[in-house]
Design a protein. Structure first.
Length: 141
């Protein structure tokens, strides 16, 4: 059988992976000022780790490209930021407050990158769909 939309499966996997990345980034931004979480510690920035895995449905000739997928979401190991705020209820005896290790500029740059990657993959799906429709239109004539 002819596969008209051959790259759509790997592109769909990349779309899903970038969506996960955008969700994690937005969670980081939302918790940028969370000095105490459920565990009593400041929120720790999370990062998405991608991996490329061959699909089990790979063609017998090995032409199917590897699909991008989320391997795991892990915590950033950078230490929390120490900020002097003596009036903060979370401050220790010296007036220092441990704040999340989140750099808003880094998060915004990551968000722009993930958004552009998402848009590029979406454009690839639209182009594949358009080419398939044109191929079918040629067959009708």
């Amino acid at each position: 059988m002819i596969q008209l939309l051959s790259g759509v499966q790997s592109t769909a996997a990349a779309l899903d992976a970038e969506r996960t990345r955008l969700n994690v980034i937005s969670e980081n931004i939302a918790n940028a000022n969370t000095a105490r979480g459920v565990d009593g510690k400041p929120y720790q920035r999370q990062v998405v780790v991608f991996e490329s895995a061959l699909r089990q449905a790979m063609n017998s000739d090995g032409t199917q490209p590897p699909a991008l997928q989320v391997a795991r979401i892990e915590k950033d190991l950078r230490p929390p930021l120490e900020v002097y705020e003596p009036g903060n209820p979370n401050a220790d005896a010296s007036g220092m407050v441990a704040m999340p290790n989140i750099n808003m500029h880094e998060e915004m740059a990551d968000m722009i990158s993930a958004s552009r990657s998402f848009e590029a993959n979406l454009a690839a799906v639209k182009n594949a769909r358009s080419m398939a429709q044109q191929t079918l239109a040629i067959g009708r004539h």
